[in-house]
Design a protein. Structure first.
Length: 435
């Protein structure tokens, strides 16, 4: 660390006529504040330096600049479905507005929503949570992940994250003062962490308190089967101090398989699992900011304490929409959106399979992303994405943002027409680069 000394000379004409630091006269408080801050930068929490700005920001800011200059960009960057929430959800929101349902709710959410969540988890996953004290509704799954992490891992602790990962995980771990242990998975194993890899990581990192499992995965679309999860859970029996943060926000969006298994339902796992889910993906309620964590009472209590000091509660209106999403939207309605997404996935996979040098080792079985390997076209996936944006006006996210250099993430949750435009642009871009 650099230590800097400075002299502040107060002249007899008064405090505001001081000289600092290279004998410049200071005549106002703002000049004084500016002159006394190191390199004119404000003091910031040192944690900020441990957090990476997102590489996607680089792409996004260029997209915004281009759009501001009237250039039309095809963007397959966002993790957001292109369909609307179900009519029952929109009606419930409108009714809540009309009823003046605008007050703070309980920190953990309305009892109606917690009961609906508990019933949903029991019906579809076979796990029994007490709505009174084992469910904490938050402002989106993102907040729920962060609070779950803060509650169970702190300074000196380690958190195992399989790569490729959702970019927020390692940054949230740093914000909690903990250390990420990144376990590199392989394309050939569907980018899923194996039991051997987990055991090795746990043995090499005895300070591990938590594992984050994103199932289905953003960005790979990989889904752990019940057998694969059981193998990981078997390993965990030898490490009772380690909990699992199961981010299951994409669990209803699965293809070619009946369902996505839930970690909390595996034998012996309930007491050490925090299940995060939300309404942004299957219910397309992204802007309503609604998610939750379900966890055994002592952990849920700790999360509630954190939330009580951060945001008090999720929006009362969104919570009314959440009750409708769980109680009034049928499985068939969700399934019809899943079928549309499957059609888009199949289209993108078919297109990619005819592009030389582009490899999709294992077709994604869930979420709405595919993460093909583009390393045939060079090592720098960020540069490849920047070139693609400049030359073809197509925005995709570089895989290095997800801890997967050499790959590029494509989100296919958009219209088939836009996907067709995007695939043509990608093909044209790659054609000129073929070796
Ligand atoms: N987890 C994962 C893996 C995600 O992809 C996202 C959204 N991109 C979230 C959590 C957060 O979702 P939200 O805050 O919108 O509920």
């Amino acid at each position: 660390m650099k230590l800097r000394a400075a002299i502040l000379i107060l002249s007899n004409t008064g405090f505001l006529d001081a000289w600092f630091p290279s004998l410049r006269p200071i005549r106002s408080f703002s000049q004084l504040r500016e002159a006394t801050s190191v390199d004119n930068k404000p003091y910031l929490n040192p944690l900020i330096d441990s957090i990476q700005p997102s590489k996607t920001v680089e792409i996004f800011s260029q997209v915004k600049d281009m759009e501001a200059n009237g250039i039309q960009v095809t963007s397959l960057c966002v993790g957001e479905p292109d369909f609307l929430p179900a009519p029952a959800v929109l009606d419930a929101l409108a009714e809540a507005v009309k009823a003046g349902d605008t007050r703070y709710t309980a920190v953990t959410g309305t009892l109606a929503l917690r009961k609906a969540i508990a019933a949903d988890l029991q019906r579809r996953k076979g796990v029994k949570y007490n709505p009174a004290n084992e469910i904490v509704v938050g402002n989106g799954a993102k907040q729920s992940v962060y609070q779950a992490l803060l509650a169970t891992s702190g300074v000196g602790d380690s958190v195992i994250i399989p790569a490729p990962y959702w970019p927020s995980y390692p940054e949230m771990v740093s914000l909690a003062g903990s250390t990420s242990v990144i376990v590199e998975t392989k394309a050939e194993t569907g980018y899923l962490m194996t039991a051997e890899q987990l055991r090795k990581a746990l043995n090499e990192n005895p300070t591990t308190k938590l594992i984050i499992l994103c199932n289905p995965s953003n960005p790979t679309g990989g889904v752990y089967s019940k057998e694969q999860l059981a193998e990981l859970c078997d390993v965990l029996q030898d490490y009772p101090q380690v909990k699992v943060l199961a981010d299951e926000i994409y669990e209803r969006l699965v293809y070619d398989i009946d369902e996505c298994p839930s970690v909390a339902s595996m034998p012996g796992m309930f007491s050490r699992t925090m299940t995060v889910n939300g309404f942004s993906k299957a219910h397309a309620m992204t802007g309503l900011r609604l998610g939750y964590v379900a966890a055994p009472a002592p952990i849920a209590r700790a999360i509630t304490t954190i939330q009580s000091q951060l945001t008090s509660c999720a929006s009362s209106l969104s919570q009314a929409g959440g009750v409708a999403a769980l109680e009034k939207v049928s499985d068939e309605e969700i399934e019809s959106n899943v079928q549309l997404l499957k059609q888009k996935r199949d289209y993108v996979l078919a297109e990619l399979s005819t592009m030389p040098g582009v490899k999709v080792a294992v077709p994604p079985q869930g979420a709405f992303y595919v993460l093909p390997d583009f390393s045939y076209y060079g090592d720098d996936d960020t540069q490849l994405c920047l070139d693609l944006l400049q030359e073809q006006k197509l925005a995709l996210v570089p895989g290095s943002s997800f801890g997967a250099p050499g790959t590029i993430r494509i989100s296919y949750a958009t219209s088939l027409e836009e996907l067709a435009v995007a695939m043509t642009k990608l093909r044209t871009f790659l054609e000129v680069r073929q070796k």
